[in-house]
Design a protein around this ligand. Structure first.
Ligand SMILES: Nc1nc2c(ncn2[C@@H]2O[C@H](COP(=O)(O)OP(=O)(O)OP(=O)(O)O)[C@@H](O)[C@H]2O)c(=O)[nH]1
Length: 464
């Protein structure tokens, strides 16, 4: 007998619904199936059948436990019985062929409230299992490192309360971990250290408020408080922990005992300071020695050694700048007589008087040296020959006007001067010195107390 039109429609609707449900469970990646109380497969999705190595149509009507290896079939059957007996869903994990599965067995009741079916949902959690295992391993690894590190490892919540601190803190400060957990991070520091920490936090906060870039880690040194009342200097390195949305959820960091390092640093700085002081003394001594090496003790003028060190450079500079350089050789007249008549002290005074007059009258950029006993050499830079001669004449006259008074005796002083200049009279130090000396000799020969400029013919005439 044909079904009435309305029944027909209902059957069609039911068939369509069944198809939808099948499509839905087939689309699920986890395996799902419906068993009767004995374990016979009534419905199964593609993933479930595939796990059994079958097509869905092949699996229908088979007893699920016949498809399991014998060694696991009995235990799976007992689980099914436990679900039907307890009428409560059960979730369990099992491990087969290297894979991990999480399975939910949900009892399905008929109208009388009896369990008539059991719905099984099973998902492969091998990857998740592996990830959890790796995470556990890694946590254990890091916890081992943290607990055995000489540095103190710690974690704070967003309000800077300590949520974890490694065993090294107790070794460092002698405070039990139990007394530290839950406390503010400030409690780790001595009052001095707290002030430093407060300043560091405030600076960081200020940067944040001004939108300035911040280094990813915060690093500072401050003293912490030990249980015995002492301070221990530590270096702190810390970084913030943000959640996936960039919202601050806490801080993680490390504290290192730097007391030894600071002690060595202080020793090093002290040693460096002492070394610097020594070096300063040595440099001052060297400067003194150098000054002494370059200066004549009696007059304070440069000595002959310095003249020979400096004159070649002066000549080169003068050549380059195309300005004149004149050498004036000065020799006190009849000096032996001063010594003989008035004594060496008077002779020394005479040398000092002439030297002082040279220093006072020498133009800037000139060099005055004591060349020998009662002999001086003045190098005049940048003067014309006429200006050199004028200067020498004036100086000679001024010396002659000086009257040296020694032990109530007035001693007259005069000098003879010989002049030679670059480039007209020579170019080398040796040549110019020789010619200045020859000119001086000429001045002596002409009666002393006068200036002579080197002239080839006059020198030749003298030699003749
Ligand atoms: N008091 C003193 N005498 C010195 C010094 N150096 C050299 N003498 C003396 O200076 C004298 C130089 O004498 P001489 O070279 O004969 O020349 P002079 O007597 O000046 O004669 P002329 O140069 O020809 O005018 C010597 O008696 C040296 O002993 C010194 O530093 N102090």
């Amino acid at each position: 007998m044909a079904a009435p039109a309305s029944s027909h429609g209902m059957i069609e609707a039911l068939a369509s619904t069944l198809l939808d449900v099948q499509a839905l469970i087939d689309a699920a990646p986890a395996s799902s199936m419906l068993l009767d109380r004995d374990g016979r497969i009534l419905t199964i999705n593609r993933a479930g059948a595939a796990r059994l190595g079958l097509a869905p149509a092949q699996a229908l009507g088979l007893y699920l436990f016949d498809l399991f290896p014998v060694e696991v079939a009995a235990s799976r059957q007992r689980r099914l019985q436990a679900v039907t007996a307890s009428r409560q869903p059960q979730v369990f994990e099992d491990h087969r062929d290297g894979q991990h599965y999480r399975t939910s067995a949900v009892p399905v009741m008929d109208r009388d409230g009896e369990v008539c079916r059991v719905a099984i949902f099973s998902e492969d959690i091998t990857a998740q299992h592996e990830a959890e295992r790796l995470l556990r391993d890694s946590e254990a690894h890091y916890r081992f490192l943290a607990e055995n590190s000489e540095d103190v490892i710690w974690q704070l919540d967003r309000d800077m309360h300590i949520t974890y601190i490694s065993a090294a803190d107790q070794r460092l400060r002698g405070v039990a971990r139990g007394a530290v957990l839950g406390q503010s991070v400030f409690s780790l520091f001595s009052p001095r250290g707290q002030a430093i920490l407060a300043r560091v936090v405030a600076e960081r906060q200020q940067c944040l408020e001004q939108g300035l870039p911040l280094p990813p880690t915060l690093r500072f040194e401050a003293p912490q408080q030990c249980a015995n009342g002492e301070e221990v200097w530590v270096e702190v390195v810390s970084t913030r922990i943000d959640d996936a949305h960039g919202v601050l959820c806490g801080y993680i960091g490390m504290t290192r005992n730097v007391a030894e390092r600071r002690r060595y640093q202080a020793m090093l700085e002290d040693a460096n300071r002492q070394l610097r002081e020594q070096l300063d003394k040595v440099s001052a001594l060297q400067a003194q020695l150098q000054a002494r090496a370059h200066r004549d003790a009696l007059t304070g003028l440069y000595n002959r050694h310095y003249l020979h060190e400096t004159l070649p450079d002066l000549l080169a500079q003068a050549r380059q700048a195309r300005h004149g350089l004149a050498l004036v050789m000065v020799d006190l007249d009849h000096f032996k007589q001063i010594n003989d008549r008035h004594g060496h002290v008077a002779g020394d005074l005479a040398i000092q008087t002439a030297a002082r007059l040279l220093i006072e009258r020498a133009p800037s950029r000139s060099l005055c040296c004591r060349f020998g006993g009662e002999e001086f050499l003045v190098a005049l830079c940048g003067l014309t020959p006429a200006a050199v001669c004028a200067w020498a004449e004036n100086w000679c006259a001024e010396l002659a006007d000086c009257v040296l008074s020694h032990q109530g005796v007035r001693i007259a002083l005069t000098a003879s001067l010989g002049v030679a200049w670059q480039p007209q009279h020579g170019d080398s130090e040796a040549q110019l010195l020789e010619r200045a000396d020859q000119a001086l000799y000429l001045a002596k020969r002409r009666g002393r107390n006068q200036v002579c400029v080197w002239a080839a013919d006059e020198v030749c005439a003298l030699r003749a």
